[in-house]
Ligand binder design. Structure first.
Ligand code: AMP
Length: 466
């Protein structure tokens, strides 16, 4: 068994979202995300922000910090009820990277989906004109990286004169990236009467000073990241030809009820679900093509044990929080290695133990290696890796998946059929048929989360591999 760190939060607080005086539209969106209870940082930051206090939060990615500042911000905009004036905005969120800004905007879109709140993303590296157009009529929230925002401010494209809430996310990273002078210039343009929120994973003196300079008697909230299942998730890989995956899955599931099976695509999820039903294992698929009510029904049936297996794509599985899932099966390995960590985190919840089995065919060897690289350990193989037959380790490093790769081992048995399968190898970083955007666009947060997990790992002898 190998163990990998996951950064997750344990819901040991007793506060419910409904206790937090949030608008019904926000509660509905929270429900749609599948969140059952606020994370510790949410339980503390949401009431403090709703009370109008400045907040200095010491929290890392993985703690639920984004929703902790986005939800009260949305609530206050809803309460205010006024439209932003042209070229102005009610709130500004600054993030150190484009990826994080995009991810925050994505979160806002999710939590504000039952409202009319508007968001503009203002980041560098892309054409400014669409941003100028988006800012012109005025928006409720701007999510920005500092450099491009200051450019727009200097050019008179946007004014912060009416921005009465400012959030600095990952302030310590902004410091590391040399953004402090730009941030100080931007902060200088904000009204004196405002709410300032700062989130930082660490609190170096420069961040403390920034807080002293720009915040007014902030409520300080620190949450430790809880590193969880590690010792409680038994991970392994089973090397199987693609054509034998279904049979392997049926065998695994007949021995282990209450499982979540992950596929890469929506069609794949439907197919696997149908196959399981045909094999007498009650299952339902959830993915982006299913309506909200279908998804909710499937989840409810899973929760109440009316079905024993949920077949899910990565996006649809976000927020699945069912305590007694004993097994996660990766029927197909994810294109994005970070998704592996999210997937296996669906088991071993609430202090229980769990198991994660990955079915890996020839075409997925590279994906497996990416996962192992990310978690810093080799997954225990329960059988002979197919790859050994074709001496994967002898392959030239950056060659394309063409027949040439196999030249050195073409005389080996079965190589032709394997070669055909390898040709259909999923492209890394490509858009999946689930609509999963390129990892560059959305997984920055996960990258950081995993980076954090890595730092925990280093101190733990369990994480040096087998
Ligand atoms: P963050 O720390 O904001 O990057 O959030 C980490 C992950 O936790 C994201 O995938 C969120 O969708 C998820 N999340 C945030 N709040 C909750 C909650 N109350 N319950 C379950 N998941 C949550």
């Amino acid at each position: 068994m190998i163990c990998a760190d996951l950064l997750v939060f344990e819901s040991d607080n007793l506060i419910k979202f409904t206790d937090l005086a949030l608008d019904e539209t926000l509660l509905r969106a929270i429900d749609a995300e599948g969140y059952s209870t606020p994370t510790p940082i949410q339980a503390d930051v949401i009431p403090a922000m709703l009370a109008g206090s400045d907040v200095l939060g010491i929290a890392q990615t993985g703690t639920g910090k984004t929703a902790s500042f986005v939800l009260p911000l949305l609530q206050r905009i809803l309460q205010n009820g006024k439209r932003a004036q042209p070229k102005a905005s009610h709130a500004l969120i600054m993030a150190p990277t484009r990826e994080l800004a995009a991810q925050i905007a994505e979160n806002i879109a999710n939590y504000a989906k039952f409202t009319k709140i508007s968001v503009a993303v203002v980041v560098g590296g892309v054409k400014p004109k669409p941003q100028i157009r988006a800012l012109a009529p005025g928006v409720d929230i701007i999510v920005a990286t500092p450099g491009r925002l200051l450019d727009h401010m200097t050019a008179g494209v946007v004014s912060l004169k009416q921005t009465n809430t400012i959030v600095l996310d990952e302030a310590d990273q902004m410091l590391d990236l040399g953004f402090m002078p730009t941030i100080r210039k931007i902060m200088g343009q904000l009204p004196r009467q405002r709410q300032s929120v700062m989130m930082s994973a660490t609190m170096p003196p420069a961040i403390r000073k920034l807080a002293n300079d720009f915040q007014n008697n902030p409520v300080e909230i620190a949450v430790a990241v809880v590193s969880k299942p590690i010792d409680r998730i038994e991970q392994s890989v089973q090397h199987v030809p693609a054509a034998e995956k279904r049979a392997a899955l049926t065998k695994i599931l007949s021995e282990s009820p209450r499982s979540i099976v992950f596929t890469r695509t929506k069609r794949g999820a439907d197919k696997v679900s149908r196959h399981l039903e045909g094999a007498g294992i009650s299952a339902a698929a959830i993915h982006g093509n299913k309506s909200q009510s279908q998804r909710e029904r499937a989840l409810a049936a899973f929760r109440t044990n009316d079905i024993s297996v949920l077949v899910a794509t990565d996006i649809a599985a976000r927020g699945i929080d069912v305590d007694d899932v004993s097994l996660v099966v990766n029927y197909e390995l994810p294109n994005v290695p970070e998704s592996y960590v999210h997937r296996i985190g669906r088991t071993a919840r609430a202090g229980r133990s769990g198991q994660a089995i990955s079915l890996c065919d020839m075409a997925e060897q590279d994906l497996l290696r990416s996962i192992e690289k990310l978690i810093g350990a080799r997954l225990e193989s329960v059988n002979q890796p197919l790859a050994e037959a074709i001496k994967v380790t002898e392959r030239p490093k950056k060659s394309k998946p063409t027949n040439q790769k196999f030249k050195s081992s073409q005389s080996q048995d079965g190589i032709k059929s394997r070669r055909r399968k390898f040709k259909s190898k999923p492209k890394k970083n490509s858009q999946s048929s689930d609509g999963t955007p390129s990892p560059k666009d959305t997984v920055a947060g996960l990258n950081r989360m995993l980076a954090n997990a890595g730092s925990t790992k280093r101190n733990n002898p369990h994480h040096r591999g087998k």
